[in-house]
Every structure is written in C-alpha cells, then in structure tokens.
Design a protein around this ligand. Structure first.
Ligand code: CP3
Length: 350
C-alpha cells in the first residue's frame, strides 16, 4: 500500500487531462513551440547542414526540443522532428529550400514503397534517440510528446511534391485512381504505426497525429482518408502494446469533427481555430479536447490575447481540456507574447 504521507512523483498534468480529469487549470503546450521565433533556435539551426540533418541529429534535435522548456513553464515537450521524415524513410527525396518550404522528388512506385517499409525504423532510429535523451533530461512532471503526420497529409506532400494551395492532384487521385491512393495510404498507415511504436518505446508519453490538410474533403473521402486510417494506426499501436494516449488533429475537419471523434479511435481531439465553443463542449462528453487559440492572436498579444485565453479556459475547463493553439506558432511571434500566454494559463485561478 502506498503511504499517503509520502508524495508520489506527480503525474504530468497533460496525462491527467488525457485520462479525462478536470483540472484546476489546463495543461499547456504549443504546436511549434520550438522554432524560428526563438533566437536560440535560429543559432542552433545555423550550425546544421540542412533541416533534415538537424532533425536526424539527436544531440541537436534534443537541444531544440528542450529550448522552449527552459524558457517557459510548459507542461509538455514535443520532440523536434518533421512529418516529412516518413516519406524520406520510404525512399522519396525530401529537401527544404530556404523560404520555400519542403520539396519532394518523384513519388516512388508502390512496390518500392512496400520494400522500403523494412528500412523505415532504421532511418528513423535517431528520432528514438532524441526522445530517449529528452525524456532523461526532462522533469518527471512534464510530459514528452511524440508525433507523426497522418497518412492523408503526408500523402498530399508525396503526391504534390511539396506544399500546394489546394492539394488538387492528391484529392483528384482519390477519384482517378482510388486503388493507387488507397495503397499509398496503406503503406503510410503501416510506416506510421511502426514509427509511433518506436517513439513510445523510446520515451514518448503521448503521441499525436497531425492531419493538417483534412479540410475540403467530402464526407466519404474524409471517412476513407482521415478517420479510418487514424483508427487503423491506433489499433496497430494497441496491438503492439503501446498504451500512450493518442491525440488526433484533423485540421479543418469542421462539420465532420464529431464523426471523427466517434470513429477515429483517438484518445483526444485537437481543435483548430474555428471550432465553436459548444462543439468543443459536446466533444468533451466523449473525450478530452485540445486547442485552440489563433496563432495570429498570440503574435498580436496584449489585452485581446489575454481575453481570448480567459474565454477559452472559461468555456472549456469544465471538462477535460488541454490549452494550445489552433495551429503552430508563427515565425514572427514575439517571445514576450509566448511568455505572457503561458504565464496566464499556468497562473490560472492562482
Ligand atoms: O515544436 C514542434 O511543434 C515540433 C516540431 C515540428 C516541426 N514540424 C518542425 C519544423 C512539428 C510537430 C512539425 C510538423 C509538421 N511539419 C507539419 C504538421 C503541423 C502543421 O504545421 O500543419 C507539417 C505540415 C510539416 C511540414 C513542414 N515542415 C512544412 C510545411 C515546413 C515549412 C514551413 C516553414 O515554417 O518553413 C516544415 C519545416 C519545419 N518543420 C520547420 C520547423 C521548426 C522550419 C524549418 C526551419 O527551421 O528551417
């Protein structure tokens, strides 16, 4: 029997919220909390040969992961990596051009992708090392998040060859060659499940699936390309014995969010900036939610940001809730604003 007089190491606040607890104040972390808005990140980044080499260098990636943890009293770290490491591990060329975002070479043939599945864990092993190093350095009451891009979003980059305004080629493929797209999604389900299993085994306490391009899909395609693949990944993780909670982020899902929450098998849903208060509250009856301050309001800061923080905590902290943005911190965000935001959330009610 544990002696109640001896305090047990406190369970990370993020894990408590993910277990469905309603807390005095929500845990807080921020998508893209590591990155170019931090001067120390820019200094570190300038020492790397290129962005991919940076992500695959455990020492540098661990340092980038920890930088925001030293500055702010955040409740969780997210491993420094990128969703496009999976296409790279599957044998597609990936590089980042300064100021232009990611570029990808031609999509490998399906048979080649399937053969490459066996090499995925070898190439992504450095991310496991980063996680292990960060977990060791991080205080036990702060959670460590691992992540991957969800199959559909990663497939859009693989098909389009980079970022694109409306992903018309990728969405068109769903009609023009459904078998080809489904086979690609299938490879990505498998690669992603293996990668996330590696991350959990390396020290990730929580896993997150980023489906950044879930918008603009008709209901049937959304079910086929977003909800079902997320469900298959979660099922594969559980089969592999991974118990870490999974946060799903179907960005832009809009009216399909509740169907997603009911069908994707995830343990929590991350909301984007447009999610209505009442929708969040309905979702909280089923599972914890995360979100969803506008990153542009974080960049703007001031009283308007403070008011939005108060409103969001007021509307959602009656259920299991994780404070975050609705998308990543933008490049030219003043560091003082992040400091002010995190202080406001962590000081809530105090
Ligand atoms: O702090 C964190 O959130 C962890 C690290 C992280 C990065 N990318 C680092 C990164 C995470 C979680 C991602 C996810 C990611 N990457 C997504 C999903 C989330 C989202 O934003 O929708 C996507 C779509 C990508 C693909 C990607 N990577 C793009 C489109 C770009 C270029 C955009 C840009 O800001 O330049 C990247 C590069 C990237 N990934 C950077 C960082 C810090 C900037 C590159 C640099 O520092 O040179």
């Amino acid at each position: 029997m544990p002696d109640p007089a001896i305090p047990t190491p406190s369970k990370p606040r993020l894990l408590r919220a993910l277990a469905g607890e309603v807390l005095d104040r929500p845990p807080v972390w921020l998508m893209r909390q590591a990155g170019r808005y931090l001067p120390e990140y820019r200094a570190l980044r300038s020492r790397a040969k290129d962005f991919i080499a940076f992500c695959l260098n455990p020492e540098m990636a661990a340092e980038a992961t920890l930088q925001p943890m030293r500055r702010f009293p955040l409740d969780a770290a997210i491993v420094f990596a990128d969703i496009l490491l999976v296409p790279l591990a599957l044998g597609q060329k990936v590089w980042f051009e300064e100021g232009e975002g990611p570029k990808l070479g031609p999509l490998p043939a399906q048979a080649e992708l399937e053969v490459s599945l066996d090499a995925v864990l070898g190439l992504l092993a450095p991310v496991g090392e980063t996680l292990a190093d960060v977990r060791e350095a991080l205080e036990p009451d702060r959670a460590l998040i691992g992540f991957a891009g969800a199959p559909w979003t990663v497939a859009t980059y693989m098909i389009e060859g980079g970022s694109s305004r409306d992903r018309a080629r990728a969405r068109g493929l769903a009609y023009q060659d459904p078998a080809r797209l489904d086979a690609l999604i299938e490879v990505l389900v498998e690669a992603t499940a293996r990668y996330l299993t590696l991350q959990a085994a390396s020290g990730a306490d929580v896993l997150k699936l980023f489906d950044s391009w879930s918008d603009n899909l008709p209901e049937d395609l959304f079910e086929r390309l977003v909800t079902r693949p997320h469900g298959r990944i979660v099922a594969r993780l559980r089969e592999a014995g991974v118990s870490a909670p999974v946060i799903g982020f179907p960005k832009g899902a809009g009216a399909l969010l509740e169907a997603y929450a009911a069908g994707a098998g995830v343990d929590a849903v991350a909301l984007d900036v447009q999610a209505p208060a009442a929708l969040g509250q309905r979702l909280q009856k089923r599972l914890p939610i995360q979100g969803a301050l506008d990153p542009l309001l974080l960049r703007a800061g001031g009283a308007a940001m403070d008011q939005a923080v108060d409103r969001m905590i007021g509307q959602w902290n009656g259920g299991p809730y994780i404070f975050n943005l609705g998308h990543g911190v933008v490049l030219d965000t003043p560091v003082e604003n992040v400091e002010r935001l995190v202080a406001r959330v962590t000081g809530w009610g105090g």
